[in-house]
Design a protein around this ligand. Structure first.
Ligand SMILES: *Cc1c(COP(=O)(O)O)cnc(C)c1O
Length: 364
């Protein structure tokens, strides 16, 4: 007779990340890119894989990839931030692992993070798993941030990390940089502001512009969404060099595989294609919002590749089901805290958006 040890007490209630997948034609539920990267990208990755040193561990700190990411990010910036160096970058298996490493390093029992809800669930989830307490500040009914309430909470709770998603998932809204700067100033004596820019290229705003002026700002980005590389698992943060140095000590050795490093490196050669794809998706997003306008369905104007909308009261589950029956899967947020009655649709290809709008029209 053998028995397993019980699960850690604070994890018994944990449900784990869950995004229902169904076998449908049109998947508009997880904010992935509807288009793959260019075919030349795949060919180049295949070519480089042929000469990978499979018997050797990969470059532990992914120097070449970080250098390329720093170059790319510097090109996108102008002004006081100047050129970024690879020493300001930590790279990992998606930005979720970046959050995990940050929390393993700076979180833990007796420490707190603050989130502004509703927002990306993984910020609080990973905090919880690392034993860090989560203080949730609720946004107002239109998902704006009450700055007075935020300031007051931050000063009282003194969190090691304040998470801000820019633009926010699942609302698609963005705070002004002045608000971001305010949060940075309030927390500068005790914690970091971690700005999650997973959808950064879809938005006109980026906290990267504030990096030069503040020592407690960290910005995270990922290749998962705008770069059409969710399968590769590559994300990174940009922040102070001594913070990055600490993270290398905490993360597992050789955590980022040679495959992921190769894919990330090659992806950056297709920056123009990425920008074109993002521009196409922004057009499609405008089409979706115009369609929702015409149908008189409430939505929140998005700065991202998804749109949060609210069917008439009580109708969200029926709309979701009717869309599934027409082969279209969107995200049902209607039972999530603070998102009563809401659905979220990812911006797909032009054809997918047209089918989504036609289906919605037939239901509404
Ligand atoms: C999709 C998403 C991520 C991406 O996570 P990866 O681990 O990089 O794939 C991060 N933050 C938000 C808000 C997201 O929606």
């Amino acid at each position: 007779m053998s028995s397993w040890p019980p699960v850690r007490e604070d994890l018994i209630e944990l449900a784990g990340y869950h995004s229902p997948q169904l076998d449908v034609d049109i998947r508009l539920n997880t904010n992935e890119s509807p288009e793959p990267p260019p075919v030349e990208f795949s060919r180049e990755v295949a070519r480089r894989i042929e000469s990978l040193a499979w018997n050797r561990y990969p470059d532990r700190r992914a120097d070449e990839l970080r250098d390329a990411l720093a170059h790319h990010q510097s090109r996108m910036l102008s002004g006081p931030t100047g050129r970024l160096s690879k020493d300001q970058l930590f790279v990992s298996n998606g930005s979720n692992e970046v959050f995990q490493t940050l929390l393993l390093t700076f979180g833990g029992p007796g420490r707190k993070v603050v989130t502004f809800e509703p927002t990306y669930a993984m910020h609080s989830q990973i905090s919880h798993i690392t034993g860090t307490d989560v203080v949730r500040v609720e946004r107002d009914a239109d998902f704006g941030l009450d700055l007075e309430k935020a300031r007051e909470t931050l000063s009282r709770e003194r969190p090691v990390i304040t998470f801000l998603c820019l633009p926010n998932n699942p609302t698609g809204l963005s705070e002004d940089l002045a608000v971001v700067e305010d949060l940075i100033t309030v927390t500068s004596e005790f914690g970091f502001v971690v700005v999650d820019e997973a959808y950064g290229e879809f938005s006109r705003r980026s906290a990267l512009h504030l990096l030069g002026e503040h020592r407690n700002l960290i910005v995270t980005r990922t290749l998962s969404k705008t770069w059409a590389m969710a399968g590769a698992r590559v994300g990174y943060l940009v922040g102070p060099e001594n913070v990055v140095e600490r993270l290398w000590a905490v993360t597992l050795p050789y955590h980022l595989s040679a495959l992921a490093q190769t894919a990330g490196l090659v992806a950056l050669d297709y920056e123009a294609e990425m920008a074109d794809r993002v521009a196409r998706l922004i057009q499609n997003r405008d089409t979706i919002e115009a369609g929702l306008d015409q149908m008189g369905i409430q939505y929140w104007p998005s700065q991202s590749n998804f749109v949060l909308f609210r069917p008439p009261p009580g109708c969200a589950p029926r709309y979701w089901q009717a869309l599934v029956e027409k082969g279209i899967l969107v995200r049902d947020c209607s039972t999530w805290p603070l998102l009563q009655g809401c659905l979220r649709v990812t911006v797909g290809t032009h054809a997918e958006c047209a089918k989504f709008l036609a289906a919605l029209n037939a239901i509404a």
